[in-house]
Design a protein around this ligand. Structure first.
Ligand code: PRT
Ligand code: ZN
Length: 284
C-alpha cells in the first residue's frame, strides 16, 4: 500500500484530490476524515496540515506528499522533490509600505522583516550580505507593518490583492512556487517503489495532457507542407485523404499558449472545418 499525504483543507486540497481523480484513483473524502483508502488503487491518503507533511514524509509515516515548493524548501527535511504539479502557483516576496522609498535590496539593511518563512528569507539576505532582522510570526503577516511590528514583510503572494489592501508593495521576489510531489528515499524501493512509479507515470501523463489540445482540420493538399510547419504535433501530424480530390484531413496536438496564433496561421493557409478537442491523458 502506498501512503500519500495531502493538505486537509486549504488552497492545495481540492487540486490534490482532483489530480488523484485524473489519475483514475477514487478517493472518498468525508467530513473531517484523517485518512481514506482508495477503492481502485492500493493507495492510502492522509489529510494533514501542509506544514506537517514534510515531517511525516521524512519520518516514513507517509511515502509521498503534495505540498507547495515554498514549504518543501522552508522545512529543509530529508525528503526529495520529485516533480512540479502545475497548480498552487504563487511567489514568496518581500513587501514594504507603499510610501517607503526602495531602490534595491540594500535598502533592507537594518530593517525588521516579519515572515513565516525565516529560512528562505535568511538565505536570501545572507546571499546578498544584507544585515536585516527577521521577525518570525505565523499568520496575518501582512498586518505587521501597519501595527508597527515590522518595517517589511516576506510572504506568499498570488493576485497581490492582500498586499494592496494593506497598503504594501512588492519589492523583491525570493521564490516562484507551485505544488510539488515529494517522497522519501524508501518510497522508491521494493513494492512501495513499484506503486510509486505507477502513480508517477499516471501523474506525468495527466501533466503532459494539461495545456494541450487535439486539433483536426481539412486543408488543401497544396498547402500541406506549410501546415506541417505550423503544426509540429507529437512526432508528425496524421494526414488522411478526404473524399474530395486535392484535400486532406490533418490531426495534431497544439499547446494552449500558442493556440490562437496557430489557428490564425492555419486559416490563412485555407484550413477549413477546424475542430478542437480536450486531451485527457498523454502517454509519451
Ligand atoms: O491549514 P494548513 O496549514 O494546511 O494551510 P495554510 O493556511 O498554511 O496554507 P494555505 O492553504 O493558505 O496554502 C497552502 C499552499 O498554497 C501554500 O503553501 C502555497 O504553496 C500555496 N499558495 C498559493 C498560497 C497562495 N497561493 C496564497 N495566496 N498560500 C497562501 N497564500 C496566501 C498568502 O499567504 C497571503 O495571505 O494568500 C494571501 C495572498 O493572496 P493574494 O491573492 O491576495 O495575493
Ligand atoms: Zn500551513
Amino acid at each position: 500500500m502506498l501512503r500519500i499525504a495531502i493538505q486537509k483543507s486549504g488552497r492545495l486540497h481540492e487540486d490534490s484530490l482532483s489530480l488523484l481523480k485524473e489519475c483514475g484513483i477514487k478517493v472518498r473524502n468525508g467530513n473531517g476524515q484523517l485518512k481514506s483508502v482508495a477503492s481502485n488503487f492500493p493507495l492510502e491518503v492522509y489529510f494533514l496540515r501542509d506544514d506537517d507533511i514534510p515531517q511525516y514524509v521524512s519520518d516514513g509515516v507517509a511515502d509521498v506528499g503534495i505540498i507547495g515548493k515554498n514549504v518543501f524548501l522552508e522545512k529543509e527535511k530529508d525528503i526529495r522533490m520529485v516533480t512540479e504539479l502545475g497548480f498552487g502557483q504563487c511567489r514568496l516576496s518581500i513587501a514594504m509600505p507603499k510610501s517607503s522609498p526602495y531602490q534595491s535590496f540594500k535598502d533592507l539593511a537594518g530593517k525588521k522583516i516579519a515572515t513565516s518563512y525565516p529560512n528562505l528569507l535568511r538565505k536570501f539576505l545572507e546571499e546578498r550580505k544584507v544585515p536585516a532582522e527577521i521577525h518570525n510570526i505565523s499568520g496575518s503577516v501582512e498586518i505587521a507593518p501597519g501595527i508597527g511590528l515590522a518595517d517589511a514583510i516576506c510572504d506568499l503572494v498570488s493576485s497581490g490583492s492582500t498586499l494592496f489592501t494593506n497598503g504594501l508593495r512588492e519589492v523583491e521576489t525570493i521564490l516562484y512556487s507551485e505544488a510539488v510531489l515529494v517522497n522519501n528515499r524508501m518510497a522508491e524501493t521494493g513494492e512501495t517503489g513499484n506503486l510509486f512509479r505507477k502513480l508517477l507515470f499516471r501523474i506525468e501523463s495527466v501533466k503532459n495532457a494539461a495545456n494541450t489540445k487535439y486539433i483536426m482540420l481539412n486543408v488543401p493538399n497544396v498547402n500541406l507542407d506549410k501546415i506541417f510547419n505550423v503544426l509540429p504535433g507529437l512526432k508528425s501530424p496524421t494526414v488522411v485523404p478526404l473524399a474530395e480530390e486535392g484535400w486532406s484531413s490533418v490531426q495534431s496536438v497544439v499547446k494552449e499558449d500558442v493556440f490562437w496564433e496557430v489557428i490564425e496561421k492555419l486559416k490563412s493557409l485555407k484550413a477549413e472545418g477546424i475542430l478542437v478537442m480536450p486531451i485527457e491523458k498523454m502517454v509519451l
